[in-house]
Design a binder for this molecule. Structure first.
Ligand code: UDP
Length: 253
């Protein structure tokens, strides 16, 4: 059988043509990158974990009426998704100061923010994803004022959901990034959460110890990334068995 048509390959995922019009298959690779791909590694099992974790978060959001591109998981590394027109923005929501915000504004990492803060970054690797304001977004036509209002509302609903789910298993949601896409129904357009939600795109700290359970483990060389992601998956009950290293066939005695 001919291999499905590849539509797009990014740093951590590949998109293939889906079985029906308007669908795609999203494949999760084991590649980890940071600092605009200056740091790169292949971490066996990461794709399997992110596929399961993104399924868990996206299907939870669908269940509470926050629309996402997620349809169903197909296998260990692939999920069926709705094809969307990606808005070229990364939407970051922050509850606690960390990462680039701490650096830029000189706020110590771990400082709680007085309210969730939503930021936008223009998705352009060559430019290093620069931060942009609503003024830029509207002036350059990436989204309308109405879209922006909807994107902020959507992101804050995702924040409430994810914060609650994580807090229930002893993990603080420090910040996260989502991407948002448009789905057209004739002339009617709606915005949905797209891409992925996983420890690659969130900062997750253990409530008691402050241990990092996210991609900072890779960015800052803090230990095993799969151990950290497996711990998140284990606490959420999404990995009932040890399936994280199933990319190679192994004999079971
Ligand atoms: N993030 C992401 N992709 C990016 C940039 C950031 O998923 O290209 C996530 C990151 O994991 C963190 C949040 O967005 O959860 C905020 O990241 P920040 O702006 O602090 O940048 P960083 O310190 O990660 O460079």
């Amino acid at each position: 059988m001919a291999r499905r048509k590849k539509i797009y390959e990014g740093k951590a995922k590949i998109l293939y043509e889906g079985p029906e019009p308007g669908t795609l298959v999203q494949y999760f690779k084991d590649d980890a990158t940071a600092f605009n791909a200056e740091k790169h590694d292949v971490i066996e099992g990461k794709g399997v974990l992110n596929n399961r974790l993104s399924e868990f978060f996206m299907s939870g959001l669908n269940a509470i009426g926050v629309p996402t591109h997620f349809i169903k998981r197909l296998n260990m590394r692939e999920q069926l998704i709705r094809q969307v027109e990606i808005i070229p923005l990364e939407v970051v929501v922050r509850n606690t100061a960390a990462g680039s915000m701490s650096k830029r504004l000189g706020i110590e990492e771990g400082t709680p923010l007085p309210r969730p803060i939503v930021e936008f970054y223009f998705k352009d690797d060559a430019l290093g994803d620069p931060m942009v304001t609503e003024e830029h977004i509207i002036a350059f036509g990436w989204a309308s004022q109405q879209d922006l209002d909807d994107m902020v509302a959507l992101s804050l609903r995702v924040n409430d959901f994810l914060s609650g789910v994580m807090m229930a298993v002893g993990i603080k949601l420090v910040d996260f990034k989502i991407e948002i896409g448009r789905i057209w129904d004739g002339d009617f357009m709606r915005l949905v959460v797209a891409d992925e939600i996983s420890p690659d795109s969130c900062r997750l700290w253990d409530v008691k110890t402050g241990q990092h359970l996210d991609k900072d483990v890779f960015r800052r060389d803090l230990g095993s990334l799969t151990d950290a992601y497996s711990e998140v998956a284990r606490r959420l009950g999404v990995l009932p068995s040890n399936v994280t290293h199933a990319s190679k066939p192994t004999l079971i005695n």
